[in-house]
Design a protein around this ligand. Structure first.
Ligand SMILES: *Cc1c(COP(=O)(O)O)cnc(C)c1O
Length: 238
């Protein structure tokens, strides 16, 4: 299957789930997770209408995206893998959004790096909701403190939350992980109704759902699906 056909099929599946549960498909964004895929895959995805891309590693993204972004204005690039502090500066200059923010010291670092920027750096706070993943804040208490830290920096735009569900066949375990994220978002929104100051609805982004579980994620309120394999096929290395 070509990348274009895969994208078409995915948009159809997203539409179908949204119609079934009474959600507006326009509130759901599709990200192509292009890690381990090369320039041809990026080009095919762009031709298929994709504008939002996700990468796990700063170094890999630096090798692939600066040229692509120059040639394809309108590309939006998010970091979805864990970020070490010593790569924060490079990440802040390449990515539009860091989805994998999981420590307050990283927020402080990103905040300091962006004070002079002309456009805000978007961030999501990652919540740990599944056994398999090691990353993410452990609970809502820590998210509240993280939000407070982030809101002190004028050029960090706190857009919402992100999680990775456990890798399991058990749909109820996956669903519980997504519900935990939606519930955390509701609590944060009550406490910090002003987040998302750059023109968007507060806490509008819930990044959850991958190739194997995105339909459950949509049912639980996802607004950003991070899809790799179902768009680009199996990853060739790594
Ligand atoms: C690799 C990755 C994805 C995409 O996974 P697929 O199962 O290939 O769709 C999504 N989110 C994160 C954080 C990833 O690392």
């Amino acid at each position: 299957m070509t990348v274009g056909d895969a994208l078409k099929g995915l948009y159809e599946r997203i539409d179908r789930v949204c119609r079934r549960i009474g959600r507006d498909p326009a509130e759901v964004r599709l990200m192509g997770v292009s890690k381990f895929h090369g320039p041809q895959a990026l080009e095919a995805a762009w031709q298929g209408g994709l504008r939002l891309f996700g990468e796990s590693r700063v170094q890999e993204a630096e090798g692939k995206f600066p040229g692509f972004i120059r040639e394809h204005p309108g590309t939006e690039l998010h970091l979805i893998g864990s970020l070490q502090r010593n790569k924060a500066r490079r990440a802040a200059s390449l990515f539009d959004c860091i989805q994998s923010v999981d420590r307050n010291e990283l927020i402080t670092e990103l905040g300091a790096l962006t004070v002079d920027r002309d456009r805000p750096l978007m961030i999501l706070l990652e919540l740990h909701t599944g056994e398999d993943s090691k990353s993410g804040y452990p609970g809502v208490e820590q998210l509240l403190s993280a939000a407070e830290t982030a809101l002190a920096f004028p050029n960090l735009s706190l857009e919402g939350l992100m999680t990775i569900a456990p890798y399991t066949e058990d749909r109820e375990v996956i669903r519980a992980s997504f519900r935990a994220l939606a519930s955390a978002r509701d609590q944060l929104r009550r406490r910090f109704p002003e987040a998302g100051r750059f023109g968007k609805a507060p806490w509008s982004c819930l990044s959850m759902g991958m190739s194997g579980d995105f339909e459950i994620a949509l049912e639980e309120g996802s607004t950003l699906l991070r899809i790799g394999t179902a768009i680009f096929g199996e990853r060739t290395y790594g």
